[in-house]
Design a protein around this ligand. Structure first.
Ligand SMILES: [Zn+2]
Length: 858
């Protein structure tokens, strides 16, 4: 699954931690599931046969199902056919089938006839709508297959599936297998049967009914289609070409051919996550798959290609080999995130993905620098707890740790280990130990010790580096603790491969050195140049350099490579936010950064300046700060809405980033009037303006915008047929600062006009707007009961955004509210936000005076 890019966040132990797992006495082998949706009535009929193996005589069968009405249930085995009595265990989302007499061990068959409703909660078998019609579609991960049909809904209970769907004349259907027959069946219906799947987990089954249209391609003998509602499929050409390139790359990398018969990528009008890796039938929200080449920004193209590459990586990591239980979801999500960059770098080297990876490692370190973080492997039993494991730890941190291990092992040895692991567990399940034992065996390296220390411990290492030189030899002393805000130290140590770089030396001259335990000493030859301890920015640790070493590195920045400069900037920014560096020290580093610079470092610097702008700048210091920030951003890109001749894609994004940051920080009247002109042209004819540059222009125009602009954006949002444009218009509504328009934007969230799938991101964006934050929170409180019904699995987008507040009174209010209103799926994210708020207050108290001195001094 790919979450959409909203504040990801985490941890009260759920009060409902009573969930139980299924008994291992009845094991499914094969399902035949027949579904007949009635789109008009928003219901469906289901008929299902499950072939199972009884491990012992049973008189009651327990399986998952919730919200279904049973017409008839029979179980046959040992020559008997028995009618079962169904009783529901709603808190555990299970049913039990009581038999009038025990059935013997051996093969048995369960037959269930049931009725269900197409829900509006974007999970299970649910209803999706366009302006003209209805669709029945599914989203099962993590634990919602049980809402569509009764099943043994645990990832290790793999089985084969025969799906058939009875659909209206003129409609089609898509599922995991290819269509093997399509026969008329009276009353204007026809029955579509799909090929039997290989052994897959229940959460990977997909059922889609409607009038989908597809464009077709393929690679290496695998047919590939991109599908959407009629007309939209034409926006799938870019995704199709990305998919062909990606499948071909993975076939080679994994050494195992794409494991399913066909690959469909389908855009669905209403979809909560970014995308979902159903075996052979990957589903997407429209903006994550479809692109109008005339109006697509560079970021959007990269976003679609990234989501496609992530989901297709899952066909091996997740679908072919699946984690035994949800506590190891990182084996899915971390790997898919890790793998994404490889095919994209091969396809579009100019995108600089390895630099994005260096920036992503720093972001993960930051996310992980909280007491409220969790270990990569965290136990979870209830649906609510399992759902909250899909966070920045499972995705970003795991990917960062894997990049560190890959650099240390070497790319070929790492790939060989992956191949061995996938071969060994194909169409089966594996746990963390299975992975790192296979990697250690294949490489003859202690991969298990390194992985275990990072997977089972919470948090990230902070290395205090102390460098003593004498007689041409350098003695580097490293002391480990856990990276937390100053004053909250926790003694903890990891097994870490440290790969250092001597500045000024191109190639890796030092072999990586393994450290473990609280302190280590590394003797290194040569004291002639400073030592950067995170070669290529691929280590998952923060480094606390001595003041002398820091100053020396600052003087040799041009001798580091771009990924290392990103890593050093992120490292120093992380330490500053956690009060381990004076903010003036960080600003000195920014001033020393070489210009021009690669796009990701400019993005990171701009983000840090916007953070300072929001946290430390007062009315009294604003003008001085605006001048200082403009100086710090100077030299990376022309401050102009006009493209210079020969501007490449990376340079264009860099310019958009600088313009956006200057607009956010303010003080440039000409910039604002330029933004208004661009935005106006964009709104009149989107294709007439470069899409990448239109993005910051629209944000700035809205920030300083009036009611006429607000109304125009709202009506464009409601009328536009292009998914990405719709998203842009909607996002811009959250950027206004005028109090009356802020209130309009908040009211709009609860007017019913914002699609359910877009509501979490819309509210998150309002909560991140300083001018809208307080009133949005009041509205969220007033609508909390509705929100828990409408977006039950996406509350983390809201609670995760409360960390944008930076005052202790707000924290008291949050705590009081959630003491009586359970945060549900947003529980972990709430805990993170409350801590982020504390850290922000401490940051402001610690750095305000120093910040003001630093910007006055210049
Ligand atoms: Zn995923």
């Amino acid at each position: 699954m790919k979450r959409i890019a909203i504040a990801l966040s985490t941890l009260f132990v759920s009060a409902s931690a009573l969930a139980v797992r299924l008994p291992q006495t009845v094991i499914p082998a094969h399902y035949a599931v027949s579904i007949a949706p009635d789109l008009a009535a928003e219901t469906y009929r289901g008929d299902e046969t499950i072939d199972v193996e009884m491990k012992e005589p049973v008189s009651s069968i327990t399986m998952h199902a919730i919200g279904l009405d049973f017409r008839d249930v029979q179980v046959s085995g040992g020559g008997k056919n028995l009618r079962a009595t169904v009783s529901s265990d709603a808190p555990n989302e299970m049913i039990s089938l009581a038999l009038p007499e025990p059935l013997p061990a051996g093969a048995a068959t369960i037959r269930l006839a049931f009725d269900g409703r197409l829900n509006r909660q974007l999970r299970g078998l649910y209803l999706s709508k366009t302006a003209t019609r209805k669709y029945a579609v599914t989203q099962f991960e993590a634990t919602d297959a049980r809402r569509a049909f009764p099943c043994f809904d645990e990832p290790a209970m793999k089985a084969t599936f025969d799906i058939d769907l009875l659909v209206d004349k003129g409609d089609t259907a898509i599922s995991n297998g290819r269509i093997v027959s399509d026969t008329p069946e009276g009353e204007g219906k026809h029955r579509i049967r799909f090929a039997t799947t290989p052994r897959i987990s229940t959460y990977l089954v997909a059922i889609l009914v409607g009038d989908f249209q597809c464009i077709e391609g393929g690679v290496d003998g695998t047919p590939i289609r991109v599908c959407g509602t009629p007309g939209r499929e034409q926006l799938g050409a870019f995704a199709l070409s990305a998919a062909e390139s990606v499948v071909h790359f993975y076939n080679d990398y994994y050494g195992i051919k794409y494991p399913f018969e066909k690959l469909d990528l389908i855009a669905i009008p209403d979809f909560e996550a970014g995308a979902m890796e159903n075996a052979g039938a990957v589903t997407f929200r429209e903006t994550a798959l479809l692109i109008d080449p005339r109006t697509a920004s560079i970021g959007q193209r990269k976003g679609v290609a990234g989501t496609v590459a992530h989901e297709i990586a899952h066909m091996w990591f997740g679908d072919l080999v699946t984690m035994k239980w949800w506590d190891d979801i990182w084996l899915n999500e971390g790997f898919a995130t890790f793998m994404t960059g490889k095919p994209l770098t091969a396809w579009k080297p100019e995108w600089n993905i390895p630099l994005d990876n260096a920036a992503q490692t720093v972001n993960s370190l930051s996310y992980d620098s909280q007491r409220a973080t969790r270990p990569i492997r965290t136990s979870a039993e209830t649906s609510e707890d399992i759902g909250q494991l899909f966070d920045g730890i499972a995705y970003g941190k795991t990917a960062a740790v894997l990049r560190m291990v890959e650099q240390w092992m070497g790319e070929d040895a790492f790939r060989d280990g992956i191949r061995a692991y996938l071969r060994k567990y194909s169409f089966g399940n594996a746990a963390a130990e299975d992975f790192w034992t296979t990697m250690a065996d294949a490489s003859k390296q202690p991969v298990d010790a390194v992985m275990k220390s990072f997977v089972d411990q919470p948090g990230a290492p902070l290395l205090h580096a102390d460098d003593a030189c004498g007689r041409g030899e350098r003695k580097l002393n490293l002391a480990q603790e856990r990276m937390l805000p100053l004053g909250r130290s926790v003694e903890q140590s990891w097994v870490i491969p440290i790969c250092a770089r001597k500045t000024g030396v191109r190639a890796a001259t030092q072999p990586c050195v393994m450290i473990s335990g609280p302190t280590s000493q590394m003797p290194l030859p040569g004291c002639d140049s400073p030592l950067f301890l995170n070669r290529n920015g691929r280590g998952y640790y923060a480094t606390d350099y001595s003041p002398a070493e820091r100053a020396a590195l600052r003087g040799r920045l041009s001798e580091l490579n771009a990924a290392e400069r990103i890593s050093l900037q992120g490292n120093e920014w992380l330490l500053a936010r956690n009060q381990r560096r004076d903010i003036s020290d960080y600003l000195t580093l920014l001033a020393a950064m070489p210009r021009p610079a690669d796009r990701p470092i400019v993005e990171a610097i701009a983000n840090s300046l916007e953070f300072l702008d929001r946290r430390l700048v007062t009315d009294a210091t604003r003008a001085r700060w605006q001048r200082r920030a403009a100086e710090l951003l100077r030299g990376y890109a022309p401050v102009s809405w006009q493209a210079p001749a020969g501007e490449g894609e990376e340079a264009r994004v860099t310019r958009a980033t600088v313009l956006g940051a200057l607009g956010e920080i303010g003080g440039y009247q000409t910039l604002i009037s330029g933004a208004r002109q661009i935005a106006d042209r964009f709104l009149r004819e989107p294709a007439s303006v470069d899409a990448t540059i239109a993005l910051p222009a629209l944000g700035i125009a809205a920030r300083y915008g009036n009611a006429a602009l607000f109304d125009r954006l709202r009506s464009l949002y409601e009328q536009s047929k292009t998914p990405d444009l719709k998203r842009r218009y909607l996002n811009a509504l959250t950027d206004f600062r005028d109090p009356k328009l802020v209130q309009k934007a908040i009211d709009y969230a609860f007017s019913g006009a914002v699609r359910t799938q877009d509501l979490p991101g819309y509210l998150a964006s309002l909560l991140n707007n300083p001018a809208a934050r307080a009133d949005t929170w009041t509205a969220v409180k007033n609508h909390w009961a509705d929100l828990t019904q409408e977006i039950p699995t996406a509350l983390g987008a809201i609670t995760g955004s409360l960390g944008s507040f930076c005052d202790p009174e707000a924290k008291k209010d949050f705590e009081a509210f959630f003491a009586t209103h359970p945060a549900g799926s947003g529980t972990r994210a709430l805990r993170r936000s409350l801590e982020a708020l504390d850290t922000c207050v401490a940051f402001r108290n610690a750095q305000q005076a120093s910040f003001e001195r630093a910007i006055a001094a210049k």
